[in-house]
Ligand binder design. Sequence first.
Ligand SMILES: Cc1ncc(COP(=O)(O)O)c(C=O)c1O
Length: 341
Amino acid sequence: MLVDLRSDTVTRPTPGMRAAMARAEVGDDVLGEDPSVNELQRRAAALLGKEGALFVASGTMANLLAALAQTRPGDSVILCEDAHPLHYESGNLGMVAGVLTRPVRGDCGIMSLEDVAANIVQRADHHFSPTTLIGVENTANRGGGAIYPIETVAAIGTLARERGIRTHCDGARLFNAVVETGVPAAEYARHTDTVSFCLSKGLGAPVGSILAGDAATIDKARRYRKMLGGGMRQAGILAAGGLYALEHHVERLREDHLRARRFRAALEGVPGITFPLPSPTNMVYIELPDAGAFAQALRERGVLISATAPNRLRAVFHLDVTDDGVTHAIKAFKGLARGKG
Ligand SMILES: Cc1ncc(COP(=O)(O)O)c(C=O)c1O
């Protein structure tokens, strides 16, 4: 048995999703003529309560387009110190958008209103780079899949509006927050000007993300998408996978959260293993002495896992992890930790 806990990006399209993709009606999306892409964008915008949505290649591209469409080079962007673009998007905000990122401390990847307010720069003095965008990440990947309290998102959104600053929610895993809290996606999205989510993570589609917002911002983002070479032609085959995911794979994200909890509960009290962060959604971070060697030993027992730091592993639960897979992973972990592996 092979259990892949490295990320929820490893999911493969199910037979039902593949069939929907094979049936997809397609056209040239650069000309705006792909019916499946248009339908996905319409559905996503409606789900998020936004005027428009754009189907893009990746979560990285969605975040970058949000910055390009809402800032100018030389501006600064407030992000949590743990935010995905600061660690894992290849420095694109500096290189491509030409913006300065201002990292703000967070609690499990969640910034407080007070810390955001304290880091806003709006001064006439030309020494300074003005804050024109604030980004929140929901759920927060490096925060253990933490969920932004809706009150905090609302308060940051209100502050930003009062100060004339745009806001973006990196909702790569927004639907994990939605199923866990019962707060509708549109309610989260209402408080930020733009919001993105990934179809290719827990939702199980092979490729693609959505960026949604007001019509003018999405139009700008469409131009930047083209500029970056992200204009795709018969992308409806991919969009059909996304439509299928929205139809069939949202509610089931709860199962991933339950499996993450079961996994964590089974490892509580195992000598040498601790949990540095809470696990409210589909991730479990584990602290132990030599994470790289432990991950290698797990691999030899059919469990793939990411070492995210010298003493830290991350297990992510998703569509392709079954109950039996969880049992297998627990056994492998316990055996190794107790030296009986
Ligand atoms: C919070 C967050 N944002 C953005 C991304 C980027 O998504 P992609 O891998 O599709 O570029 C990820 C990917 O793991 C993520 O976890």
